[in-house]
Design a protein around this ligand. Structure first.
Ligand code: SDX
Length: 429
């Protein structure tokens, strides 16, 4: 493996068996034991529910240091990218490995606009859904349906086909999200405009109506760009792993992304941003603002309740994205001249978490979902659209991870093993 530095071997000894397993490190000195020969040499497998200790690949895309709270896309720190870039620059960086120059930025922006319309027959899909349909369900259906409306083109190269898919997914999923919202509130849909850039177009499609002469607010546009950048990738998270697992079977990119959208919908994953708001609202309505009760419930092993927006598989320190989102939430509210009692309550919950050894001893801190929903709320985006916003932001990361999986020389169809614990052979007679 050309991309790693071999450090020697780790000896595994069991009964009369012993095996030397190669140990290597990546570019950030993360060390791994290569167990690819384990079963063949020993007949044994490893056991690691949730893949807490298991690496599935070598990757050049995103680096996370969970102890130090570091997040970098292609080597660039998340704070720099959120401050200095537009979302489409970061999408380009994740997919192509480099930030676009001005010419590449303008061309990419133009392509996104060119592909922003959805096929009119797809637009009618929305008419078939009930108004209360969760937009994550429609978004996933739209993603996989793109493969029927835009099949592979035989007369262009594989790379051009991929470039078309990347642009269609980034642009049309954003359009589909806005259409789903309009359908849910019974408003006429607003088509994308050629004159607006990626985030402005989304806001216009969401909030323009024939009677409000909506003007896109630059404060909200800047906040949306930052939020989408914060969500753009996060290495081998649950939904990215699903996208790669589906792609490893040879399924097309649209189908893989559709599966990733469904995984992200889960309340333990991207669905947490919606559940944070619902949790804060419940504290006000049911607990009369008593934070202590919700903290005690979260610590009670007999209570399945989890503190939404807190804890992370990798970050055992403050999620760097949560820091940016917290400040952005305050900035957006201040610049829009609005206040939200849920923000004060969220800070009270955060202070209680940071002061409680149950959380600190387990490395449980606010994650990206703790403050992002409050910022979307300040921007006028409804709660059931929060996870959709997460999905729109994560599309470039899912695509980059899928492309890297497809081009991986060590790549194979994903197929974990198990240890069987069921009944041994028994007769039917
Ligand atoms: C995302 O992986 C990614 O990168 C995901 C993501 C991305 O960008 O793709 O960052 C996005 O999914 C963020 C996480 C959003 N989910 C939530 O906010 C839901 C609440 N959080 C938890 O459900 C939990 O923290 C997870 C799911 C995020 C992580 O679960 P793990 O790694 O499996 O941790 P665990 O369940 O093994 O918990 C370790 C301990 C346990 O206690 P003990 O058994 O040690 O006594 O911490 C406790 C847990 O009970 N714990 C919590 C808790 N989270 C963990 N206790 C109370 N409230 C919580 N939120």
């Amino acid at each position: 493996m050309s991309k790693v530095n071999e450090l020697g071997t780790a000896k595994l000894t069991y009964e009369d068996k012993s095996i030397d397993l190669p140990v290597f490190v990546g570019s950030e000195q993360e060390a791994a034991v290569d167990i690819r020969a384990l079963r063949k040499e020993t007949g044994m497998i490893t056991y690691d529910p949730g893949f807490v200790n298991t690496g599935c690949c070598l990757s050049d895309i995103t680096f996370i240091d969970g102890e130090k709270g570091i997040l970098r896309y292609r080597g660039y720190d998340i704070n720099d990218l959120a401050e200095k870039c537009e979302f489409i620059d970061v999408a380009y960086l994740l997919v192509h490995g480099v930030l676009p120059n001005k010419e590449q930025h303008d061309e990419f922006s133009q392509h996104l606009n060119t592909h922003s319309l959805m096929h009119e027959d797809m637009r009618h899909f929305f008419d078939a859904y009930p108004d209360h349909a969760h937009p994550m369900a429609t978004l996933s259906a739209m993603a996989v349906s793109l493969s029927t409306f835009y099949p592979e083109l035989d007369d262009v190269s594989l790379q051009e086909n991929i470039d078309f898919k990347v642009t269609r997914l980034l642009s049309k999923m954003r359009t589909a999200a806005a259409f789903a919202y309009k359908k849910s509130i019974g408003h006429p849909i607003v088509y994308p405009s050629h004159d607006l850039k990626y985030c402005e177009n989304f806001l216009n499609m969401m909030f323009h109506t024939p009677v409000n002469n909506y003007q896109v607010d630059p404060v909200v546009t800047k906040a949306l760009n930052k939020l989408l950048i914060l969500h753009a990738d996060h290495e081998q998270n649950c939904s990215a792993s699903v996208v790669k697992m589906v792609g490893s079977a040879g399924a097309n990119l649209y189908a893989s992304i559709s599966a990733g959208i469904c995984a992200l919908w889960g309340p333990l994953h991207g669905g947490a941003n919606q559940h944070v708001i619902e949790m804060l609202e419940r504290i006000i309505v049911e607990d009369k603002g008593d934070v202590k009760r919700v903290i005690e419930r979260a610590k009670d092993k007999n209570d399945p309740f989890r503190l939404m927006g807190v804890g992370h598989r990798v970050y055992k320190s403050y999620d760097p994205r949560a820091k940016v989102a917290k400040q952005m939430c305050k900035d957006v509210l201040a610049q829009m001249g609005v206040s939200d009692p849920l923000v004060d309550l969220a800070q009270e919950v955060e202070e209680a978490v940071l002061a409680d050894d149950y959380f600190v001893s387990r490395g449980l801190y606010p994650n990206i979902d703790f403050y992002t929903g409050l910022t979307y709320r300040a921007m006028g985006i409804p709660t059931n659209m929060f996870t959709v916003m997460f999905a729109i932001g994560r599309i470039p990361g899912w695509i980059a991870q899928w492309l890297e999986m497809r081009d991986d020389p060590h790549g194979r169809i994903g197929r974990p093993r198990q240890i069987y614990t069921g009944p041994t052979q028994r007769s039917m007679s």
